[in-house]
Every structure is written in C-alpha cells, then in structure tokens.
Design a protein around this ligand. Structure first.
Ligand code: 5GP
Length: 199
C-alpha cells in the first residue's frame, strides 16, 4: 500500500486553481483539505464545506493548540491548513489536494515530517496574461474595487514565487487545464518514494 500524495496547488487569485482543486475532489481523485479562515463568507459559500470560517480569536486559539500544519496572513485575513484534514488521509493512502498561498507552500516545504516531505507534489498555476488576471478578478462580481486592487497587487507578487514550485501550469482553457492537472496527479502516483507501506 502506498501513502497518499499531498498535491499542493498555488497561484494568484483568478488563476482558476480553486476550480481545478474542487473538480479533482468532486471526481473522487483526491480529498480536498478544507482550510480555516478569518475572512468573511462570500455569497454561495458554506461553512465546513468551502472553509471553516472562524473568528480571529478562535483561529488564534487553534494556532496555540497546534492544530495547523501551516498558517499565513493572506489579503489581510488568516488562513490555515488543519492537521486533521491532511495527515490521516495520507496515512490511509488517500491523495489530498491543498489549495494554499505561496507563504503556506514555503511552510509546508519546510516541514520535516516524512509523511509530508515524501508526499509533496507542488504545482503553480499561472494565468496567461495580466489582463486575464484582472478580467477574472473583476468577473467574480462579489468583491469591491478595493479588494480587487489588493488582490491584483498580491497576484503579481505571488507570481514571483512560481520558480519555487517543481511543476508549472500556464492556464489555457478549463478543459486543457484540468486534463494536465489530473495527469500530474495520476503520474505522481507512480513515484517510487510513495510506494511505501503506511504501516
Ligand atoms: P480566497 O479568500 O480567495 O478563498 O483565498 C485567498 C488565498 O488564500 C488563496 O490564494 C488561497 O489559495 C489561500 N488559502 C486558502 N486556504 C489557505 C490555507 O489554509 N493556508 C494558506 N497559507 N493559504 C490558503
């Protein structure tokens, strides 16, 4: 039996990475690790499904309790990956998809737990052009101009982290992107370091 793959995916807002991750989970290829966040819920989002929405005080309590593998401040809010959403699945041989920002990715790469280091497959998704990022950010229709401006500034900074990722996906059409995205996971299942017994 092999241990699960930790499929870590980053990319600026508007790169389409969340859609890719969600679809992978929906098609039963991997479990989506739900994060905690202090940001406000967007229309259409569900607590416990899209995120666990916490107050800052609750979030800080969970940091102190050691509940997170990593946590970071992104766009002025706290986001964190729960141990409980990742480790047991990996041990059981289930692949886990992690949709996190570039700071979180650095922290996961710095983990010393072999269950994580051996499992890690990291991918950066980049939108084709700056105009496309802006179009996608504006098209969401739920964020204020101020939020869009902040996310655009952050997007350009996040793209500078792309070379840290082993795999890169330059976004094209939804179908092309998904095909490549899924193929990387399928191919990674053949990696020798994952062919170990979960014990
Ligand atoms: P959004 O608020 O648009 O859902 O997400 C904003 C950013 O936070 C995205 O880049 C997303 O990947 C990132 N993010 C979501 N969950 C986590 C997490 O648990 N940890 C970190 N470091 N970033 C996260």
């Amino acid at each position: 039996m092999r241990t699960g793959i930790l499929y870590l995916v980053s990319g600026p807002s508007g790169s389409g990475k969340t859609t890719l991750c969600r679809r992978l989970a929906k098609e039963g290829e991997a479990t989506y690790a739900r994060s905690c966040t202090t940001r406000a819920m967007r229309p259409g989002e569900t607590d416990g499904e899209d995120y666990f929405f916490l107050t800052r005080a609750d979030f800080e309590q969970r940091i102190a309790a050691g509940d997170f593998i990593e946590h970071a401040e992104v766009h002025g809010n706290l986001y964190g990956t729960l141990r409980s959403e990742v480790l047991e699945h990996l041990k059981a041989g289930t692949d886990v998809v992690l949709d996190i920002d570039v700071q979180g990715a650095d922290l996961v790469r710095a983990c010393v737990d072999p269950l994580i280091t051996n499992a890690l497959v990291d991918l950066f998704v980049t939108p084709p052009t700056h105009e496309e990022i802006l179009k996608r950010l504006s098209g969401r229709g739920t964020d204020s101009q101020e939020v869009i401006d902040l996310r655009m500034k952050n997007a350009l900074e996040e793209i500078s982290y792309a070379p840290k990722y082993r795999y890169q996906l330059l976004s094209g059409t939804h179908e092309e992107d998904y095909e490549k995205f899924r193929s990387l996971l399928v191919g990674s299942r053949l990696a020798t370091k994952l062919q170990t017994s979960a014990g």
